[in-house]
Design a protein around this ligand. Structure first.
Ligand code: 0FX
Length: 245
């Protein structure tokens, strides 16, 4: 029996993975789903039958190591500790094309620094988004994309990889390849810094459009400046397309 634990804070990925169990026909397996304890809004995950786990808790880690053969992290809000990744096979589904823009919100940084973007399924080690690469898929970025369009394209690519390789991931029948270099990493503090617009920043209009579209993601309030009354004023880009025919 292969015992699998999926730890995810992403409703869409979990819903998708739950449709893939049929791909494991003929394999003796059990899959449990958990969300991370730091998730402040787990309603959607609770409605998928999930319960919570704290991967920073020593007893929880020991229990995972003793009871599971494979842990799949699918957009988990907690970073897995060394004790977990070194004692059970852990793989991560990451919304970025490692080693480029590892860490937070890869597509935001790719829109600005033009590094490739896509998704990566990789073995986990103690560093963030860093282990050997199992499967990857690159996606395009267009000049009229905001962060949201690129993110949706990345998430579709993640689902495609899962459709194609779920069985191989469960069985461990893949060849993982060491990353070519460490690439670069962006933390949440880099994202927060980007959000605080510097109104004296010099650059081309194209560079400024890139910053604003990278920080535009549906209903999220990201980019802001502070007005003369000391209030934060948030802004985002909304592209309107007109066909010229
Ligand atoms: O599932 P996910 O892409 O993110 C999760 C975790 O929340 C995150 O901590 C972890 N690093 C990642 C691998 O998995 O969903 P999300 O809703 O947190 O973010 C989705 C996108 O939404 C993100 O790429 C950029 C955008 N976003 C998100 C937040 C919270 C914003 O533009 N502003 C925000 O404040």
């Amino acid at each position: 029996m292969i015992n699998i634990l999926v730890i995810s804070d992403n409703v869409e990925l979990v819903s998708h993975m739950q449709t893939l169990h049929k791909k494991l026909k003929g394999i003796d397996f059990k899959i449990d789903y958990r969300f991370s304890v730091v998730n402040k809004n787990p309603d959607g995950l609770l409605s998928l039958g999930m319960t919570c786990v704290d991967v920073k808790d020593t007893e929880a880690v020991a229990s995972i190591v003793n009871n599971y053969d494979l842990v799949i992290s699918a957009h988990c809000k907690q970073i897995f500790p060394k004790e977990l990744v070194e004692n059970v096979r852990c793989i991560n589904i990451h919304p970025g094309l490692n080693p480029y823009n590892r860490g937070w919100y890869p597509q935001v940084f790719s829109i600005i620094n033009k590094m490739p973007i896509g998704c990566t399924i990789h073995e986990m080690n103690e560093h963030v988004d860093h282990g050997a690469i199992i499967y990857q898929r690159r996606v395009d970025v267009y000049s009229d994309d905001t962060s949201l369009e690129v993110y949706n394209r990345v998430q579709n690519a993640e689902k495609e990889l899962l459709n194609e390789y779920f069985k191989s991931l469960v069985l461990g029948s893949y060849k993982a390849t060491k990353m070519k270099g460490d690439g670069n990493y962006n933390g949440i503090e880099d994202f927060n810094k980007l959000c605080e617009l510097d109104l004296n920043h010099y650059g081309t209009l194209s560079e400024h459009l890139d910053i604003l579209r990278a920080l535009s993601h549906g209903e999220f309030s990201n980019a802001y400046f502070t007005n003369c009354s000391g209030d934060k004023v948030y802004l985002k880009l909304d592209f309107i397309h007109r066909r010229m025919k």
